[in-house]
Design a protein around this ligand. Structure first.
Ligand code: ADP
Length: 402
């Protein structure tokens, strides 16, 4: 039997999954990947093999009432048809917030689950959706080991100075501090730097995770020393629909002068701002690029995105005391050569120079000259969850055996 596990990334109406098998002593290997979308309404299941070829697909009408529970049970029974000599041994979950308690992945039991629920106020829009499948599996597949892997964990080595807000001490004691997110992505990037350039793995690197959510992380010797996201995933760079760093005075203005309710103010900052809010057109970089020549607002949105990235890179260069390498990753970072070119053009002062041909063809190395290097490295958050799940299971078994 080949040990196999599912990696789950659950949102409010979606459930993305990847299935990995774990050959003896080797890296986890992707077997299938897919998603359920539209959960709670008309919903859709799609699964592909690692090459991206479609393997199976199902649709349900709104009346079928397929939610997260039905989706998870459907996935487990789908797997049992296909699994051949594989044995499902665990489920690994992406969980956005580990708070101050969890700096690494953890095997979930009732006490851990309760602790994770106490962290909901730190990420009210995401944490409940991440915990829902954990609760479902505990109910429907009791005894199935589950591992929670955190977006915040990778940043937990940052010094207390770096994570501090200039607020009264009682706020800090309540857990109001910078946490940072996208940690699973940065963990992956840090783990593969050596495969691209050995010196980079030891050096001062800024990783730019530019997707619908966007952030930067300063890595020194592969360890996170600063990042642009803070207490929430709203801070730092402008994103697809999130505003990024914002003067807190704007929030008071929205509440006092515009009389927005708390919910509407939150919605505005999380879902109506960023590239979408500035362009009035789309949160999707492809649409903005396609319209930028004719539409000044689309151009403005892109320009602001690039400007904020380059300013924040300047701040992280200061935090690192210099820069040896810049890594682009996630949807925009991996695919949008124009954004990469515009960012690097604004970083000439730091010695970065673009290799246009390499950038156009997607790298991996996209810099020229003898200054800091620039790279395109596709991220793989699911593989990090697979690695973490396996290591937690191994540690738990060792503990039982000893
Ligand atoms: P998420 O944070 O939801 O995982 P992704 O990492 O998939 O997001 O990134 C989504 C973003 O990547 C969107 O803005 C999308 O337009 C952009 N993107 C994807 N492919 C391309 C492409 N070929 N060119 C430009 N932008 C792209």
């Amino acid at each position: 039997m080949i040990p196999t596990f599912i990696v789950v990334n659950a949102g409010s109406s979606s459930l993305k999954f990847q299935v990995f098998e774990q050959p003896d002593g080797a890296e986890a290997r992707l077997v299938w990947k897919g998603l359920y979308e539209g959960l709670g309404g008309a919903s859709h299941f799609l699964v592909r093999d690692p090459s991206g070829a479609k393997l199976d697909e199902t649709t349900w009408s709104a009346e079928d009432g397929v939610g997260h529970e039905e989706a998870l049970m459907h996935l487990v029974s789908w797997l049992s048809q296909y699994r051949e000599e594989r044995k499902l041994i665990a489920i690994g979950h992406r969980v956005v917030h580990g708070g101050e308690t969890f700096s690494g992945p953890v095997l979930v039991d009732e006490t851990i689950l309760q602790t994770l629920e106490t962290l909901i106020p730190l990420a009210p829009l995401h944490q409940p959706h991440n915990l829902e499948p954990i609760k479902i599996v505990r109910r429907r597949l009791p005894g199935m080991p589950q591992v929670a892997c955190f977006d915040t964990g990778f940043h937990q080595d940052q010094s207390s100075l770096v994570t501090m807000f200039a607020l009264p001490r009682e706020m800090r004691e309540r857990g109001v501090r910078r946490y940072g997110f996208h940690g699973l992505s940065y963990d992956y990037i840090a783990s593969v730097l050596k495969d691209y350039d050995h010196g980079l793995a030891e050096g001062r690197v800024i990783a730019a995770h530019l997707g619908n959510g966007a952030s930067l992380c300063a890595l020194k010797g592969g360890v996170s020393v600063a990042t642009t996201m803070g207490f929430s995933a709203l801070d730092g760079l402008p994103m697809g629909t999130r505003c990024g760093a914002l003067d807190a005075g704007v929030v008071f203005y929205m509440l006092r002068e515009m009389k927005l309710s708390l919910e509407n103010a939150e919605r505005l900052l999380y879902t109506k701002s960023g590239l979408l809010g500035v362009s009035g057109l789309s949160n999707d970089m492809r649409t903005l690029r396609a319209n930028a020549a004719a539409n000044a607002d689309a151009r403005n949105a892109i320009d602001l995105f690039v400007y904020r990235i380059t300013r924040e890179i300047g701040s992280l260069v200061a935090a690192l005391g210099g820069i040896d390498g810049l890594v682009f990753t996630a949807g925009i970072g991996e695919n949008d050569a124009a954004t990469r070119a515009e960012v690097i053009a604004a970083l000439g002062w730091a010695g970065l120079a673009l290799d246009e041909a390499a950038n156009a063809s997607g790298g991996p190395r996209i810099s020229s000259g003898s200054g800091p290097t620039a790279w395109v490295i596709p991220t793989n958050e699911e593989l990090v969850i697979a690695r973490q799940t396996w290591s937690v299971l191994g540690a738990a078994q060792d503990k039982l055996a000893s």
